[in-house]
Design a binder for this molecule. Structure first.
Ligand SMILES: Cc1cc2nc3c(=O)[nH]c(=O)nc-3n(C[C@H](O)[C@H](O)[C@H](O)COP(=O)(O)OP(=O)(O)OC[C@H]3O[C@@H](n4cnc5c(N)ncnc54)[C@H](O)[C@@H]3O)c2cc1C
Length: 591
């Protein structure tokens, strides 16, 4: 079983050396968030993640929460960890200071968010969902509701949930059935069943604030008839018609209770406008989707660490170049070229995509804090473009890296004791919830690329062009050329798809996933070029840190030579288009 080690040096590289987060935050009016403060927050988060949370990852997996007579008891140790988290003031990191939060910009608190996901993702979901509820209420709730519920959510005294899914309504929320009826006192009575509700019931806190999508009696059909309601589990000390009917048995994230929730004439209050429920949810979707991308990254990081430890400890066979550990009866498996391939794949995906994710969080800060409206608008367009890419690419990489970690471990990876197989089981859900990755791809291609006439693509192209035009060592020029060629092909694919979609709307869904991965791999290449530019400069200047920067350049080379070419097959799939996925009858597919 491996303990998690927070990647402090790596996070400093990303934040301070490549993104120059403190300088950016100063230009955004937050000079108080300097490098020292960012490092201080990171260090405290690292201690909590390594010392308190990391050991709970496996124990929560082995001993999931239990339910007795509707009462859900969290996995052993989870409640105590939550108490420590609350006492440490972590629950209000991102919330406004006006409601008792710390008002930290994303670049200052996201490293801690990543560490929590790596250390114990199932546990982290409870506080992550509360952050989503806080964001939704801050943006859309009446002053009265804010005053009654935000302080307890921000202090962590209560947690929050998101109740969207119903048995017949998953991706298609337009057909949800939960009903809300207005009462004389201005509140509403909510009735219906919600399924798959993460942390819908538990004993970490005395109360739980549910944000529930429901339909009013006279609501129009479809998404415009859906409203958002706040429904507390307990109201003025008494039960409020909310109960947990059962908890699911599932593939992974065992430590997170996934609940079937029943609302039986529960008293609730409208958040936002009648019929504006989905719009309220959409405003917090960027944040929630990036949060799931961060879960994928958290798992990739943990898997990389386990692979690295094992590959340099496990002795099997001899290097084809002659013994590398002649004093032992075999060499560490890290000497074998195929194992090196697996390790570098994990490093190149994890670290490149981390840069992409943190760059995207920088856009979130810019959208909120930039002094002028055009700057905020520009950041908002870029952010909207990148969110589905970060969500889908980082979660798919989480699965790939977790699977590679098992492969590096051989049989030991398949056996429960090493703990590595848990990473794979935990990772899969990140590709499904908060909008499946297929839906992310439709969002990217349909809304963020084609519907805005390629406006956002022009902006990201300008960002990449600035990097390509910058001074860089001659040794990096060949990678810059590969990036330039991929950008040209990306533009060509976009034109092709736009023409075809105009003739046949089915074309969009047929190519969207390949289009998303194409875009994701190209953007990560851009991130690796930026990282390599920094690493090349620093390498000559430091002896002590030479291995760190050498590792960066090795991973960048691997990325350009072995990962970026994945775009070739995605481009071929996009070109093949809808003709390659004809309408099927069941008997044609499975006889
Ligand atoms: C462990 C877990 C925790 C969860 N936590 C929560 C929670 O806290 N709150 C909450 O409300 N929900 C939660 N969910 C629900 C989750 O968000 C849904 O499972 C997800 O949105 C997919 O919906 P579905 O399962 O009904 O799949 P479906 O919508 O039935 O989709 C099945 C497949 O069809 C594809 N598909 C569906 N429609 C289309 C389309 N129009 N075009 C192309 N492809 C399509 C999908 O991409 C997918 O591959 C959770 C689920 C799980 C398993």
């Amino acid at each position: 079983m491996y303990n998690y080690r927070a990647p402090r040096r790596e996070l400093q590289f990303v934040l301070h050396e490549v993104l120059q987060a403190a300088q950016v935050l100063t230009t955004l009016g937050r000079p108080d968030i300097n490098e020292e403060l960012i490092d201080g927050i990171m260090e405290e988060g690292a201690r909590f993640s390594e010392g308190v949370l990391s050991p709970l990852n496996a124990s929560g997996d082995w001993q999931p929460p239990t339910i007795t007579d509707g009462v859900v008891t969290a996995s052993a140790g989870f409640k105590e960890a939550y108490r420590l988290f609350r006492e440490g003031g972590w629950t209000g990191m991102s919330a406004d200071t006006a409601v008792g939060g710390q008002g930290l910009p994303a670049l200052a608190h996201i490293p801690v968010g990543e560490m929590l996901c790596s250390a114990a993702m199932a546990w982290r979901m409870a506080s992550g969902l509360s952050e989503g509820a806080i964001a939704a209420l801050t943006r859309h709730a009446s002053e009265d509701i804010k005053a009654r519920y935000l302080p307890q959510l921000v202090s962590g005294e209560w947690t929050g949930t998101m109740c969207l899914t119903e048995p017949q309504a998953g991706t298609d929320l337009a057909i949800l059935r939960t009903r809300a009826e207005g009462a004389a006192d201005g509140s509403y009575k909510i009735s219906g069943t919600k399924i798959y509700i993460s942390w819908g019931e538990h004993d970490l806190t005395d109360n739980i604030v549910h944000l529930v999508l429901a339909r009013l009696p006279d609501a129009v059909a479809g998404t415009k008839g859906i409203s958002l309601f706040l429904v507390p589990k307990r109201l003025e000390g008494r039960a409020n018609g909310v109960s947990c009917l059962s908890i699911e048995h599932k593939m992974g994230i065992h430590g997170s209770p996934t609940c079937v929730m029943s609302f039986d004439n529960a008293q609730g209050w409208l958040v936002g406008k009648e019929g504006g429920g989905l719009a309220c949810m959409f405003t917090m979707m960027n944040h929630a989707r990036l949060g799931v991308g961060l879960q994928g990254l958290g798992i990739s990081e943990r898997a990389l660490q386990a692979s690295c430890t094992y590959a340099f400890e496990r002795l099997q066979g001899r290097s084809v170049r002659g013994p590398q550990a002649p004093d032992k009866n075999a060499d560490p498996i890290a000497v074998h070229a195929d194992v090196r391939r697996m390790l570098l794949t994990q490093k190149a995906l994890t670290e490149g995509e981390r840069l992409l994710a943190y760059y995207t969080y920088m856009l979130e800060d810019t959208e909120q804090l930039a002094p002028t409206a055009p700057e905020r608008e520009r950041a908002g367009l870029l952010l909207a473009l990148l969110v589905p890419i970060v969500k889908a690419r980082l979660t798919e990489s989480g699965v790939e890296c977790a699977s590679l970690a098992i492969q590096v471990h051989g049989g030991a990876g398949f056996i429960r004791d090493t703990g590595v197989e848990q990473y794979l089981r935990d990772s899969k859900i990140t590709c499904i919830y908060e909008g499946t990755n297929g839906i992310q791809a439709l969002d990217l291609l349909g809304r963020k690329v084609l519907a805005n006439g390629g406006e956002s693509l022009k902006l990201i192209n300008a960002e990449i062009a600035a990097t390509l035009a910058a001074d860089m060592p001659q040794s990096l020029r060949s990678w810059a050329t590969l990036l330039q060629l991929a950008l040209q092909e990306w533009a060509e694919l976009t034109r092709l798809v736009a023409e075809r979609v105009a003739k046949d709307p089915d074309e969009l869904g047929a190519v969207a996933v390949d289009y998303l991965h194409y875009a994701g791999y190209v953007l990560t290449a851009w991130c690796w070029l930026k990282a390599a530019m920094v690493a090349s400069l620093k390498l000559g200047a430091t002896k002590a840190e030479a291995p760190f920067y050498e590792g960066k350049l090795m991973a960048a080379q691997f990325y350009f030579e072995r990962i970026l070419p994945r775009t070739l097959s995605h481009a071929a799939a996009v070109r093949a288009g809808v003709a390659s996925v004809p309408i099927l009858r069941a008997e044609q597919l499975c006889g």
